[in-house]
Design a protein around this ligand. Sequence first.
Ligand SMILES: [Zn+2]
Length: 65
Amino acid sequence: MRRSNIMVPKPHSNFLSVQCSKCGEKVVIFTYSTTDIECKACGQLVAKKTGGKANIMGKVLSVLD
Ligand SMILES: [Zn+2]
């Protein structure tokens, strides 16, 4: 049985590059952020804390390690 293709979730987190839905500013956020994250340019909420994985409010551009 092949095991190499099994998806193993990373034990911790990574960072996401998210685009602000309001002004388009790129904001790097922590996937498991415990605080709400606002766009530094306009103050729009880009990620909301949930207790687990942050709820992304903007458009995810890329996943960073
Ligand atoms: Zn913004």
